[in-house]
Design a protein around this ligand. Structure first.
Ligand code: HEC
Ligand code: HEC
Ligand code: HEC
Ligand code: HEC
Ligand code: HEC
Ligand code: HEC
Length: 408
């Protein structure tokens, strides 16, 4: 036996050990296609990945459709998801390129996910990507409640009515005038009288005429009346209030373009009374990586980092504010009632600056409680009541107009 063959034998022994070892750890992986795995994958994707990824659109991370084909291997995906920094640090070129392309945003490590979990997620992504595209209108938030404030429609109708009447009056007057002139022409008139009758209508004669002054006074007072009524209707109403915030935080960018769930930041909204405003730590989950924005450059994000470093809370100015004597609970409306945020808060996803969309008056609350059916689906407690109310039961029917429900 020569040294050479000896060495190659050793080498093959070594290789087979390595192979045995690696096949032991990386069992044969496959993308699952059964419904149970796909459902499990969807669940995991929604809770862990949706903040940064979509199946077919670029968000904070890449669109994930087709990763199983473009990534180096399925094992690579598992490793990357469980600890992307380690894969990038190993210098693996696909990972390094991707990392650079995504502005060096570090993906959260998911060490608690098993290989099977990750494969279920990939299975879900694959199933989702092969579905025919539906650009469903599911996103179109339904902004319903909360009228447009100010005086009601009928005041506008009155105003329009007044103008129409005025125009008619003018027409009638002109008609009478020419009739009178024609009548006078047939009479014997002195030279002086004739001059008066045929005096040309000039700007001066018109503006000094009684009719004109009367018409102008009427229009001006109608407009003033409308303005006063409008003002009265909005006494104490903060609708439209949109204070300047200490940091130019944009819901349009975060909740709109990047589709970050409301609940990711307003964590209390499904749990209790207050929706809660996120602490600076939540901002830092992303902004320790994302240091400049396309709209405002670096200055605004620098304020977040400063607040974080100095351990000072950001002093957001409150937009919505009910008086203390009124009780409003978010989870009751969002979870139990199944009402969308947009129904009360309007098109938040399009707002650069949050503004108060609804009236927030007692009448506003009561109006909705009168009109809205309780969300009784699959709720055994409500089933019996629902029978009593012949299939339709509004919030009013369950006592939603009782003073004590909203007042301590
Ligand atoms: C905080 C945001 C964030 C979260 C949460 C996140 N990712 Fe990522 N992901 C990224 C970014 C950013 C990249 C691009 C690579 C980089 O910058 O590290 C990426 C890349 C990937 C890649 C490689 C994509 C490709 O094109 O090859 C996969 C696979 C992946 N993520 C899967 C997941 C899965 C699965 C989850 C949930 C368990 C998840 N990610 C959660 C931000 C995130
Ligand atoms: C990335 C974090 C983040 C996300 C996601 C987010 N918000 Fe906000 N939200 C904030 C911050 C910070 C404020 C306080 C500053 C302000 O008013 O703009 C706020 C304020 C608000 C306010 C006004 C609160 C007040 O002072 O009365 C409402 C209402 C609101 N958000 C609703 C939503 C809705 C609805 C969504 C989802 C469509 C959403 N937010 C998504 C961070 C977020
Ligand atoms: C889940 C990730 C995430 C979280 C959490 C987050 N942001 Fe952002 N933020 C982004 C992304 C992505 C951008 C867009 C960067 C760009 O335009 O390139 C951004 C942009 C910004 C900008 C600059 C806007 C512009 O385009 O100029 C500001 C200011 C900002 N965020 C403030 C905040 C504040 C304050 C919080 C905490 C209440 C917060 N962000 C939480 C992801 C996040
Ligand atoms: C039925 C109407 C209604 C719905 C639905 C609703 N809100 Fe509100 N929201 C209010 C009212 C009223 C206030 C003012 C509460 C107060 O001042 O006590 C408020 C206040 C807030 C605030 C200010 C801070 C706080 O905790 O009070 C935030 C943030 C907020 N809402 C976010 C949301 C989000 C996110 C959703 C959807 C998940 C949502 N809201 C759904 C009516 C609603
Ligand atoms: C967009 C419609 C809507 C608006 C606006 C609204 N609510 Fe409600 N509210 C509901 C619904 C639906 C329920 C029933 C939830 C359930 O199934 O228990 C409810 C239930 C309640 C309850 C519990 C009633 C009970 O009998 O258990 C209280 C208290 C309440 N709302 C207070 C308020 C207050 C205060 C406001 C105004 C600041 C308000 N709501 C505005 C739809 C609304
Ligand atoms: C669905 C909730 C709800 C119910 C039911 C309700 N209120 Fe109110 N009420 C409110 C809210 C919210 C305000 C604060 C309105 C504002 O700030 O303009 C308010 C304000 C008031 C005020 C202060 C005056 C004002 O208009 O600002 C009085 C008084 C009042 N309510 C009495 C009552 C009485 C009496 C009942 C029972 C017949 C009742 N409320 C039932 C929600 C309710």
């Amino acid at each position: 036996m020569t040294i050479k063959t000896h060495r190659s034998a050793l080498k093959s022994l070594f290789l087979s050990v390595v192979l045995a070892f690696s096949s032991f750890t990386s069992f044969s992986q496959e993308v699952p296609t059964d419904d149970a795995s796909i459902a499990a994958g969807k669940q995991l994707f929604d809770t862990n990945c949706r903040t940064c990824h979509r199946v077919s659109e670029r968000l904070i991370g890449p669109p994930l459709a087709g990763v199983d084909e473009r990534a180096p291997s399925l094992q690579w995906i598992v490793d990357f998801v469980r600890n992307s920094s380690a894969v990038i640090a190993s210098g693996e070129p696909y990972a390094v390129n991707l990392f650079n392309e995504y502005n060096k945003v570090v993906m959260t490590p998911f060490t608690s996910l098993s290989s099977d979990d990750v494969m279920n997620i990939v299975g879900y992504i694959k199933a989702e990507a092969s579905k025919p595209k539906d650009d469903g209108g599911q996103q179109a938030g339904q902004a319903v409640a909360g009228g447009d404030g100010g005086a009601p429609q009928y005041l506008n109708l009155i105003l329009i009515g007044m103008i129409v009447i005025l125009v008619l009056l003018v027409v009638i007057l002109l008609f009478l005038l020419s009739a009178v002139k024609r009548f006078l022409d047939q009479k014997e008139l002195t030279e002086e009288e004739r001059e008066v009758v045929h005096s040309p209508i000039t700007w001066g004669t018109v503006t000094r005429s009684r009719g004109f002054i009367f018409a102008v006074t009427l229009i001006v007072s109608a407009l003033a009346f409308k303005a006063v009524v409008n003002a009265l209707y909005s006494v104490g109403i903060q609708q439209g209030y949109a204070p300047r915030q200490p940091i130019a935080f944009s819901h349009k960018v975060h909740a709109g373009e990047y589709e970050i769930d409301c609940e990711y930041c307003h964590t209390g909204v499904t749990k209790g009374k207050n929706a809660t405003i996120p602490s600076v730590n939540v901002c830092m989950n992303c902004h320790n990586q994302i240091k400049s924005g396309t709209l405002t450059g670096e200055a605004e994000i620098a304020k977040i980092i400063r607040a974080y470093n100095e351990n000072k809370p950001i002093e957001w100015v409150r937009v919505h504010n009910l008086p203390d004597m009124a009780y409003f609970n978010h989870s009751q409306h969002v979870v139990v009632g199944g009402i969308e945020c947009e129904t009360c808060h309007g098109p938040i996803k399009e707002m650069e600056v949050v503004r108060q969309h609804s009236l927030l008056t007692m009448g506003w609350c009561i109006d909705c409680h009168r009109k809205t059916d309780v969300n009784a689906r699959g709720n055994a407690y409500y089933d019996k009541l629902l029978e009593l109310h012949e299939g339709s039961m509004t919030v009013e029917d369950i006592g939603g107009l009782e003073c004590s429900k909203c007042h301590y």
